[in-house]
Design a protein around this ligand. Structure first.
Ligand code: ADP
Length: 601
């Protein structure tokens, strides 16, 4: 590129110079030649005038003894001293004398144009090649008439060779001077074109840089011309482009970070049902190992017909379609699907948003079940109370034997109702986040011992052995003594209720990291694997009849779970049917700064 522009400009300059020089040379040569010829003729005319003023002796011109014309030769030699060729010719063309040749050897000159003209008019001129002396000459001829004799022609000639030489000399100088001018101006023009093409090249390089994303400004060359103005405006354009691209990149990064970190699944489909974009959430919800490639067909990625139908609805012109899909077989997840039309520039398509509503559906189910369960739980004792009260009113009150029994049953069922109401109240308090914990420093051994004390007697009554296994020097924990006692008591009650006589119950604790893990294990009936994840749900019982029989409400474990979690711990179970169960729960260790800061809940 550099050489191209440089040479192009250079050659253009040379061509221009040559184009000017050639016609100058041509016309100068012609003008000069004309000038020289005119001057030559003038010189010849002057000599001719002198010759006519001082003609040769008429005797010398007598044709009777032409060869004996020493006088004529002398005259010719004198005239020729001016540097011209002098020839004397008779009217019939015979050469009488010549300053440069022997007239004997010269041919008849009657046909020479200047001679003919001189004889006819008195004057003759011509420029032509001389056969006699073999060179180009300027001829000027005059007629010399003398009385009584036939006229003769005096001819004077100047060789053109000197003219040619002078013209050639002039042209040589012209060309030499032009060459010098050519070289000087050529060098200057090359320098200018070089610097010009260099600046154009720098602009081109700058364009390439910008095309590749490098927006550093071009150095100013301070030439003050339009190229500099161009460079300045290009710099401004590049800076603006840079800012725009940076803003766009930041916006794009922000949107992809937002879309990428969203738990909602988001995807965009074009009019031909091909995915243009899908975030990680979308792939995870649909169980895809990797986010689908842009351009893959929606049908290959998605199996849920409800979703495909919704997309098609929008692609057919609906502005927005809502649907619901279910994923997973064992653990089902519910997703609300919103498909909305998008049209950007000339393309149209649909944006899909998948929102997890599993928790909502679960809560709805729990609420439904809860209402049914509560009604059911209340119904049995109420029916019993109502039935026995009616029986008593109907006359059984007078039956001293049954009266006491019936009243006993009524009392048992009303206690059950009271327990249920109690548990429900606790739960509703916890749900409303109104449970206030009084977190204090608690010694594990003291806490466990006090709980066991109240359990020892009923356990002994059921032929169960309770043991405590605590390592020495356990760190203290941070807990609400009353609430945590409720948890441990509940687990101990369950262990006693679901362990046949002769069984063993053990309470142990161990510190690990920042928490204490309590374990209540029994050698009881155990819990089937499938029920284990659900026993912490409200009203969930493995064996409903048995639970009722032992006076359970089905709420104990869910209350325990709430209380443990309110302390910042976890609760879980390991169990095997027929072997026994181990319930675990954790409580944070006492740490002076953290514990005092912990607000009551
Ligand atoms: P309940 O009042 O019925 O005991 P919980 O919420 O305390 O209710 O327990 C839920 C269910 O978990 C019980 O009905 C029982 O089937 C089972 N369960 C709890 N503890 C034990 C245990 N130690 N051994 C066997 N099953 C248990």
């Amino acid at each position: 590129m550099r050489l191209n522009l440089f040479w192009k400009l250079g050659f253009a300059f040379f061509a221009l110079l040559i184009a000017v020089l050639l016609p100058v040379d041509f016309y100068a040569e012609r003008a000069l030649r004309r000038d020289y010829e005119r001057a030559g003729f003038e010189q010849l005319a002057a000599i001719a005038r002198i010759a006519l003023a001082y003609p040769p002796q008429p005797a010398a011109l007598a044709p009777s003894h032409p060869q004996d014309s020493a006088g004529l030769r002398g005259w010719v030699a004198k005239m020729a001293a001016s540097g011209v060729r002098v020839t004397v010719i008779t009217s019939d063309g015979q050469v009488l004398a010549d300053s440069q040749s022997d007239p004997q050897t010269m041919e008849n000159h009657a046909d020479r144009p200047e001679i003919r003209d001189a004889l006819a008019t008195g004057h003759g001129q011509s420029i032509r090649h001389s056969v006699t002396i073999n060179s180009d000459l300027l001829y000027q001829a005059v007629r010399l008439s003398s009385a009584g004799a036939s006229p003769v022609v005096l001819r004077f000639a100047l060789p053109l060779q000197t003219v040619d030489q002078e013209i050639w000399e002039f042209r040589r100088r012209l060309w030499l001077a032009s060459l010098v001018v050519l070289l000087v101006t050529g060098a200057a023009s090359l320098l200018i074109s070089w610097s010009f093409s260099d600046r154009v090249d720098r602009l081109t390089d700058f364009f390439h840089r910008v095309a590749e994303g490098d927006f550093r400004p071009l150095e100013a060359d301070r030439a003050g011309d339009s190229l500099e103005a161009l460079a300045i405006s290009l710099n401004a354009t590049a800076a603006r482009l840079d800012r725009t691209i940076q803003t766009l990149t930041e916006e794009r990064n922000l949107s992809s970070a937002i879309l990428g970190s969203m738990v909602e699944g988001v995807a965009v489909v074009n009019a031909s049902e091909r995915l243009l974009f899908a975030n990680r959430g979308f792939a995870e919800i649909l169980g895809l190992d990797v986010p689908p490639q842009s351009g893959s067909a929606l049908l290959e990625v998605v199996r849920q017909t409800e979703l495909i139908e919704a997309v098609r609805g929008v692609l057919k012109g609906e502005p927005r379609v809502e649907a619901e899909i279910v994923t997973g077989t064992l653990r089902q997840h519910f997703f609300a699907v919103t498909v909305a039309a998008v049209s950007a520039a000339e393309t149209s398509g649909a944006v899909i948003v998948l929102h997890d509503i599993t928790e909502l559906r679960k809560l709805e189910r729990i609420r439904r079940d809860f209402v049914a369960n509560v009604s059911h739980e209340f119904k049995t004792p109420l029916t019993a109370i109502q039935g026995f009260a009616e029986t008593l009113l109907a006359g059984a009150i007078d039956d001293p034997q049954n009266r006491i029994r019936f009243l006993g049953i009524i009392l048992e069922h009303s206690r059950r109702l009271a327990r249920l109401t109690d548990d429900l109240l606790k739960l509703s308090k916890m749900d409303a986040d109104k449970l206030e914990l009084e977190i204090r420093r608690l010694s594990v051994s003291q806490f466990v011992e006090s709980c066991i004390e109240t359990t020892q007697r009923p356990a002994a009554g059921k032929d169960l052995r309770i043991s405590v296994k605590l390592p020495e020097r356990l760190p203290d924990i941070a807990a609400d003594r009353r609430r945590l006692a409720e948890v441990l008591q509940n687990l101990l009650d369950n262990a006693m209720q679901y362990t046949p006589a002769g069984g063993q119950i053990m309470v142990s604790a161990s510190a690990n990291g920042a928490e204490m893990t309590f374990t209540v294990s029994d050698t009881g009936i155990g819990i089937p694997q499938a029920d284990q994840p659900r026993i912490f749900e409200r009203f969930y019982r493995v064996d409903v009849a048995r639970s009722r029989e032992v006076g359970g409400t089905g709420l104990g474990l869910s209350i325990a779970k709430h209380l443990v979690e309110a302390h910042g711990g976890r609760i879980w179970v390991h169990s095997e049917v027929g072997q026994g169960s181990q319930f675990y729960f954790t409580v944070p260790l006492f740490e002076p700064e953290r514990t005092t800061l912990r607000p009551p809940r």
